[in-house]
Design a protein around this ligand. Structure first.
Ligand code: 13P
Length: 244
């Protein structure tokens, strides 16, 4: 299974930035051993999709509504993302769980909506620092998986320990290995054999300097990259560390 390196731009990127970040990914993605995905803010999806059209780099959104259309001021549907040129969507990011009170049930409904619109969902899970200190990480992540993934889920899961996001702290290789194995076992219990084919990304302060070691941990199927995805050179540096 090829590893997936996905960039989550979060709430960053005006039109000039979008061209500067996405432009170099076209030539830079030639001959990479991994799949590459960028998830700009909604307003830049069309621009970025046009820049990357025909390249090996896919484009995704960072959230979608559960409904296809209707009276939901300020929201964006999965069909709209698809129409704008996206083929992926990040769902249940810890920042959305925290900022918008997103629950596992809502994230599961969004995941179903994404699949119905032919988007591949990346469903995020991860514990807070307090939960890890209390030794609750498996209970928390296990509960998020059970609650957020619909039956027959065939997307991607991203493990992002909240305390490692944007902090420069990364989980140790041993912690990543233990959690990714736990997620794999949970997926197989939940989805049967199909759980073996779900890529499990690691996210949280991934940089070119730590990418090779994180990406070599068993059951790590790629990386979900925040800050370092805003510079094409750093993002491609991480992608070069990925394995087929
Ligand atoms: P950072 O890479 O900036 O820590 O962000 C990780 C993340 O939240 C990606 O979704």
């Amino acid at each position: 299974m090829r590893q997936l390196i996905a960039g989550n731009w979060k709430m960053n990127g005006l039109s000039g930035d979008a061209a500067a970040i996405a432009g170099p990914l076209r030539p830079g993605s030639d001959g990479l051993a991994c799949d590459l995905l960028v998830c700009p803010p909604f307003t830049q999806i069309v621009t970025v999709a046009n820049i990357l059209v025909g390249s090996a780099v896919a484009v995704g959104g960072q959230d979608c509504h559960v409904n296809e259309k209707g009276a939901h001021t300020g929201d964006i549907s999965a069909a709209m993302l698809r129409d704008a040129g996206a083929s992926w969507v990040i769902l249940g990011h810890s920042e959305r769980r925290a900022d918008h009170g997103e629950t596992d049930a809502l994230i599961q409904a969004k995941t179903r909506a994404a699949v119905a619109a032919s988007l591949t969902p990346i469903v995020c899970v991860g514990e807070t620092e307090a939960q890890r200190v209390a030794g609750q990480q498996n209970t928390v992540v296990g509960g998020q998986l059970t609650g957020s993934l619909p039956p027959g889920f065939a997307g991607v899961v991203a493990y992002e320990p909240v305390w490692a996001i944007g902090t420069g702290k990364t989980a140790t290789e041993a912690d990543v290995a233990a959690m990714h194995l736990f997620i794999r076992e949970t997926l197989v219990r939940q989805l049967g054999d199909a759980g073996n084919s779900v890529r499990i990304l690691y996210g949280g302060s991934v940089r070119p300097a730590n990418a090779a070691s994180l990406l070599s941990v068993p059951h790590v199927g790629g990386a979900l990259v925040g800050g370092a995805s805003l510079k094409a050179e750093e993002f491609l540096g991480i992608a070069k560390a990925a394995k087929a």
